[in-house]
Design a protein. Structure first.
Length: 308
C-alpha cells in the first residue's frame, strides 16, 4: 500500500496523474482541507474515488484545535506501514506528524504549485524555530522538517518542465495531455480571473470594471476570497479550479485568460493549445506580487501595462 497526501485541489489533480503511474498498486489517500467549500468537497471526492482507502480531515488554525488534530493524526496513523509515500506540502506540520507516525520504504515529493519554482517560497527555507513550535515538535516527536524531507525525497514529480525545483531529480508530469485537446478556430472567449488586490472593495470593483471594458471581457471567474459583486459581466459558476475548468471547457473552443498576477496561469500556459494567457501589470507594492511579474517575464507570459 502507498500513501499519498493532498492539501489543495491542484495537488489532487497532480496526485491523480501520479496514481495512474502505478496501476497495479493500492493507494491510501489523505486530504487535509484548509477550507470548507464546494471546490474542496469536489476534489475530496475525486481523490477518494482514485484510492482504495481514504481519510479526510478539516484543518483549523487556532492553537488548541491544531494541537488536538496533531494528536488525533498521531493516533490515527501510529505504526501504519507503507511502501511509497507521496507528499507536496512538506512544510505542513500536520503532514510532518503523519510521516513521523508511520513507517515507509520510499519517499517522493510533488508540486504544490508555483511555490516550487519560486526561490523565496516556504520550500526553500526551513520552518521558523519558535518556542511553541520546538515545544510541540519535542512533545509529540516530530522527526521531520522541510530540509530533512527534501533530503529524503528520491524523486520530485513536477508539472513545470525544465525549471529548477526543490530537488534536482525531477520527473515531468503532463497535467493535461495534449491528446485531450484539439486546436480550435473561431471566436476567442475572454475571461478575467478575479483577484482581491486591494483591501478597499470599491477599488477592486473599479479595477475589474475598467479591465472588463478595455479588454471586452465575456466572463469572470471569481476568487474564493472575493466579497464583492460585479454587475457588468457574466460569472462562471463551477466547482472546478481554474486549471481543471479550462482544460475541460476549452477542448474545442479558444480562450484568452486575463490576470493581474495570479500564478495559477503558469499551470496552464503552453499546456492547452486553445488557451492564451495575458497578465495585466497594475500598481502594486508587495514584493511577492512584484516577483510574480518577474517570473511571468522570465517564462514568456505576455504582459500589458495598464498602470496610470
Amino acid at each position: 500500500m502507498n500513501l499519498i497526501i493532498c492539501y489543495t485541489p491542484l495537488q489532487v489533480l497532480i496526485a491523480e496523474r501520479i496514481i495512474n503511474l502505478y496501476p497495479n498498486e493500492k493507494f491510501y489517500g489523505v486530504m487535509l482541507c484548509s477550507a470548507k467549500n464546494q471546490k474542496f468537497e469536489y476534489y475530496v471526492q475525486r481523490l477518494a474515488k482514485k484510492c482504495d482507502t481514504f481519510f479526510q480531515m478539516d484543518q483549523h488554525i487556532d492553537r488548541f484545535n491544531l494541537l488536538k488534530e496533531i494528536i488525533s493524526l498521531r493516533l490515527k496513523f501510529a505504526f501504519k506501514k507503507f511502501d511509497k509515500v507521496f507528499v507536496a506540502s512538506i512544510n505542513d506540520i500536520q503532514i510532518q506528524f503523519i510521516l513521523s507516525s508511520i513507517q515507509f520504504n520510499k519517499f517522493y515529493t510533488f508540486d504544490d504549485g508555483t511555490a516550487n519554482i519560486v526561490s523565496h517560497s516556504v520550500y526553500y527555507v526551513d520552518e521558523p524555530k519558535t518556542r511553541i513550535r520546538r515545544f510541540i515538535n519535542t512533545l509529540l516527536c516530530n522527526k521531520y522538517s522541510v530540509a530533512k524531507l527534501k533530503a529524503l525525497s528520491k524523486k520530485h514529480f513536477t508539472i513545470y518542465a525544465d525549471l529548477p525545483n526543490i530537488i534536482q531529480n525531477t520527473e515531468y508530469l503532463e497535467l493535461f495531455p495534449q491528446t485531450e485537446s484539439d486546436v480550435a478556430e473561431g471566436e476567442t472567449i475572454n475571461i478575467l480571473l478575479g483577484q482581491p488586490v486591494y483591501l478597499d472593495k470599491q477599488k477592486n470593483i473599479e479595477l475589474a470594471e475598467k479591465v472588463i471594458k478595455w479588454f471586452d471581457i465575456h466572463a469572470y471567474l471569481p476568487h474564493p476570497r472575493e466579497q464583492y459583486k460585479l454587475n457588468q459581466v457574466k460569472y462562471i459558476e463551477t466547482p472546478l479550479i481554474l486549471e481543471d475548468y479550462l482544460a475541460q471547457e476549452f477542448k474545442h473552443k479558444r480562450c484568452r485568460i486575463y490576470t493581474y498576477f495570479s500564478s495559477a496561469v503558469l499551470n496552464i500556459k503552453d499546456k492547452i493549445p486553445n488557451i492564451d494567457v495575458v497578465a495585466l501589470r497594475i500598481n502594486v507594492e508587495n514584493p511577492d506580487f512584484i516577483q510574480v511579474y518577474q517570473l511571468f517575464e522570465k517564462l514568456g507570459v505576455t504582459i500589458i501595462d495598464i498602470r496610470e
